[in-house]
Design a protein around this ligand. Sequence first.
Ligand SMILES: [Zn+2]
Ligand SMILES: [Zn+2]
Ligand SMILES: [Zn+2]
Length: 198
Amino acid sequence: MTAELQQVEGLQINRWADAIINEHQTLLTVKHLVRETRMKHSDATGEGMGSNGFLGVDLISVRSGHGFTPHTHPGDHILICVAGLGTITFAGKIYPTRAGEIYMIDGKQPHAVGARTDHSILAVGAPHMPVDSLERMTPVEYDKIEAGADGLACLVCGADVVAGFFLHEAGCEHCPCHECLPPVREEGCDCAVCSAVA
Ligand SMILES: [Zn+2]
Ligand SMILES: [Zn+2]
Ligand SMILES: [Zn+2]
């Protein structure tokens, strides 16, 4: 289904999933769709689900094997995994995530998000920026993801490397480096990644 929005002053209702509701349980069906807008610095796609300009929520879809290169953003995010399997790389570790889980991220600390299958996330954030805003996320150099840890460890496949080496060199398919999760360079952007000489 495509999102269906009802809006009156002060109220926005957005139907983002089909639901089968019976007496004892509710089953949500979340289609692994490409969404209407490509997000900046990434090939992930998103769709705004509601915003008052300060607090907002978006439905984001990431294709299997793709993701968000290491980045920071203004404010914190609550990420509600609603479809498929993913990863979050934070402070030297890659954690597995899956539909049915929620995580919250300090936006100031570099992190990366990956998809182990087609993966969809509801992202709640304040301050809220539209999905195609250049200010929403700022890519950072890959080594920032180690965040003072003495290397990187993947809790999905068990691979680990010391600082200065890449997890893909140890056979990890979840590595969030710029080669494995290439940042998309954006015209006119002066972030560290876009302004670096290719
Ligand atoms: Zn791995
Ligand atoms: Zn890599
Ligand atoms: Zn940039």
